[in-house]
Design a binder for this molecule. Sequence first.
Ligand SMILES: [Ca+2]
Length: 477
Amino acid sequence: MRNLIISVLLLSIYAYSPSFSSLKNQPNIILIMTDDQGWGQTGYNNHPVLDTPNLDAMAENGLRFDRFYAGSPVCSPTRASVLTGRSNDRTGVLSWGYALRTQEKTIASALKRVGYSTGHFGKWHLNGLSGPGVPIFKNDSHNPSKFGFDQWLSVSNFFDINPLMSENGVFVDLKGSSSEIIINKALKFIEEKSNQNKPFFTVIWDGSPHIPFMASKSDTEKFKSLDERSQLHYAELAAFDRSIGVLRDKLRKLNLAKNTIIWYCSDNGGLTEIHPETVGGLRGSKNTIWEGGLRVPGIIEWPSVIKPKVTKYPVSTMDIFPTIADIVGLDENDFIFPVDGVSIRPVFENEIRKRDKRIPFRYKNQGALIDNDFKLIATSISEKKFELYNLRTDPGETQNISTENPRLFMTMIEEFLSWNQSVDSSFAGLDYKEKKVLKNPESHYWNIDNRYEPFFKEWIKRPEYREQILKISKGRN
Ligand SMILES: [Ca+2]
């Protein structure tokens, strides 16, 4: 009798809990991001020298975005937008090397709350440190654990061949290609969770093809006709592409491929010093709010739901958290508002021509607002200098059409300025329950960080750290 009462009670709790019914759908989720891969740098976008057979296969089997936007034209801010669904300045991440505020709520914490195992593998860059990637301390106030990740193998910033990383706070000296190392580690995590019948949320933030450009001889040889830097840069992308193949194969072998979402993109636009060019003919590059700085490759593969197609629907990294929340059935309390992204789940099933919610950007004193074909650019927010472009007829952003479209121009300026004001309020901490910003580390290089000093004697032998350590000893002399 007692058992019956308990079951009836449980049944009624579940029956009236809105989150329970929606929580039945728990696909596995993998987010993959490259570092500085430009929009033009994929095989499927007809790159003249780079082949990406594995990304191409993923694109053929999934939803390929022709217009996928990084939340910002540089690294840490885009990462903040992925984890929060918000534009970077709201979260305190004004530029690279800034710390994500611990008052922000993340996708990892939300998924952990509903039973996902969460793991981060690779570049973190949200703990306030600049300089080549160093292993992150267990007691770092802004390490991945503090933002909802159960397990991690991470570094503070970019990393390359034979990296020194941190596994949940324990430093580990690893050998081999960085892409291969983190994919293998992520796959170990995935296999373990699948054996335990637990859904997993796996974030793989690769260090390729960011500087320093280091790659294996066999990968470099494919690009012999290029200058030395470009050879190595493209070789890094070849190694990354191979790791995508390893990941997809293994998911199939584990019988997980069908109900696993793999969402891949780059963290910002391509680099200028690489040849052939990296942005597929767009204007600008990394660090600019032109298309070349913001528009990046993007694909979602989810075989049990998504039928293969290419879409021109504009999407940004700010949409990732709201979309996953929609699929899994998270609730409003999992977010800090305002959220700038929107769920793009309807695009999985239908061809939707028009996006209702505009995509906003703010980076330093510049900004942009994308409304389907149109893009407003703020070349200086403080001086209220704006331009207007039609991306459909003029993808290279060559003709400012503001004079021909005065009404649209004014409407978009007004909307941008009011959004900009709301970003100022967020930056001041008004979105948090404390109504102010709590303490976060200032952005700084690790070579002036006392915690890392005891390692300098050993680390000066490492090619990736040597220059950074020499800089500080020169400063002291
Ligand atoms: Ca980057």
